[in-house]
Design a protein around this ligand. Structure first.
Ligand SMILES: *Cc1c(COP(=O)(O)O)cnc(C)c1O
Length: 485
């Protein structure tokens, strides 16, 4: 039992607590050092699930015992995105450095809503770095958020306020005679539609523009849709392009869309959730040309940037528009110039959250310790691994590629007369084997096995293990099907 004095939660016996703390740190470092000896993922046994159905117990417990429960019932049954064989979704792998930094942040327990404190200055340092990386002007501002879903929502709200004026915050969009419409591609992430929904504009007001053979937004179709909406008396206001679509990793033609948005006076948003950080890789950065023209850019440090969850970012070209959307002028204009309450504007003036965690620390540690160049190398390497996978598919007559490989996502399938069913079964079998964790997606009605290579730990051997497992299960499942005839 953890002993504490009457009116505090700190331990009585600090040396014993310290020893247990070191043990917990060692256990996590062991876990990270020996990830490869474990399955990527394994289903939770019913007995383990059952341990999470207990009544709340009022009495104090023991730290070591609780940690033991964590090691036995939680750690082995997570999604597996730390593991080199994880390729199912665009999840970052995390790093030991990020883990340690997050521990420091938890110890400091800073609240990043505002006030005059170094943690807020550190977040401003990151904003400056991000601004420079993407070639945004000095007027640009930004904020760390939970993820790109939140960043996309923030951008829709800012674009709405920029169009209708700050009074929309009081009156709501219903008070306007204008009917706003937004545009994105059919390959866009669902969070764009969700942002329209939460912003009160409605997901019906989001036009899903078709894509070309490379899954990029068709700019001619975009122009037609906007002309038709204007003809119908609607008010186009927002275009969201994607850098790195979730299905196949496609990059929309940013410069062309930026140019079009400028001419039509529309807000140009880029959802670069995972893809934007390709800016760190010299060979990939040219493909992001035009990203610096965005009015707002959303991306995640927790995907390709490998920062532990969660660490999303919103960068806004004109930070005044961000203030106009979120700050309460009465509060932020009247803040102190000295003392703890100085340093306005605060992060809470730039987004919907007041209490905020110290996401900046793990992000700063990751960039400081590994260096931006190394992070760019890791990103480029995942794309090389995707090319290796593409070559393995081309060399295997039983396999076929289902979409061009733009970056680090490969969609393929095992050839079969009953391909959709067989490939769904292969994917589950591979996941349950613990060898690798791909996922599936539908491309033009064809079910694809999708490998999103994001994790810095993944090697060519892991790619080979995936291919071999797919071939193995594919052969077994199709022979079974023949035997059953
Ligand atoms: C992952 C992703 C999102 C959502 O980001 P979260 O950080 O999960 O909120 C949005 N758009 C794209 C293109 C993504 O890949």
């Amino acid at each position: 039992m953890l002993k504490t004095s009457d009116n505090t939660l700190d331990p009585d016996d600090w040396p014993a607590f310290r020893a247990q703390g070191h043990q917990m740190l060692d256990d996590m470092l062991d876990y990270l050092e020996h990830l490869r000896t474990q399955p990527v993922w394994q289903p939770q046994p019913q007995a383990v699930r059952g341990t999470f159905r207990q009544q709340l117990d009022d009495s104090p417990g023991d730290l070591a015992e609780t940690h033991d429960l964590f090691m036995k019932t939680i750690l082995p049954y997570a999604v597996g995105n730390t593991h080199p064989g994880f390729m199912g979704w665009v999840h970052g792998g995390g790093t030991p450095v990020g883990m340690l930094a997050d521990m420091l942040a938890a110890g400091l327990n800073a609240n990043l809503g505002g006030r005059d404190q170094a943690p807020v200055e550190l977040e401003r340092q990151l904003v400056q770095w991000v601004r420079g990386l993407f070639g945004f002007p000095e007027t640009a501002g930004g904020l760390l958020v939970s993820g790109t879903s939140m960043a996309n929502l923030i951008s829709v709200l800012i674009a709405r306020t920029a169009l209708l004026g700050a009074s929309v915050r009081r009156t709501g969009i219903a008070a306007s005679t204008q009917r706003l419409v937004a545009y994105t591609s059919t390959s866009a992430h669902l969070s764009i539609a969700q942002a329209m929904d939460i912003a009160g504009i409605g997901s019906d007001a989001l036009r899903m523009i078709p894509v070309n053979g490379d899954y990029q937004m068709d700019v001619a179709a975009l122009a037609e849709a906007i002309a038709a909406d204007k003809q119908a008396g609607l008010t186009p206001f927002f275009i969201a392009a994607t850098v790195g679509t979730v299905d196949v990793g496609a990059i929309d033609p940013l410069s062309a869309i930026a140019e079009f948005a400028r001419r039509e006076k529309l807000w140009f948003h880029v959802d670069g959730a995972y893809g934007a950080l390709a800016i760190l890789a010299p060979d990939l950065a040219p493909r992001l040309q035009g990203i610096g023209l965005a009015d707002s850019l959303a991306f995640d440090f927790h995907k390709w940037g490998q920062v532990p969850y969660d660490a999303g970012f919103i960068l806004v070209r004109d930070s005044r528009q961000q203030l106009d959307t979120f700050a309460s002028p009465a509060a932020y204009l009247m803040r102190e110039t000295r003392g703890l309450a100085a340093g306005s504007p605060w992060p809470c003036d730039l987004g919907p959250e007041l209490s905020r965690s110290f996401r900046a620390l793990k992000t700063w540690f990751t960039i400081k310790v590994y260096g931006a160049e190394k992070l760019g190398h890791i990103i480029a390497n995942t794309c090389l691994l995707a090319q290796h996978l593409e070559q393995r598919i081309a060399a295997s007559p039983q396999l076929e590629l289902l979409a061009p490989v733009a970056l680090n996502i490969v969609c393929f399938r095992y050839r079969s007369a009953d391909a959709n069913r067989i490939n769904a079964e292969i994917t589950v079998a591979v996941q349950e084997s613990g060898i690798a964790a791909p996922s599936t997606t539908l491309l033009h009605g064809k079910l694809a096995i999708r490998a999103a290579i994001v994790n810095h730990r993944t090697t060519a051997d892991d790619i080979d293990a995936l291919v071999n497992a797919v071939l193995d299960f594919g052969n077994r499942l199709t022979t079974q099907a023949q035997d059953n005839r």
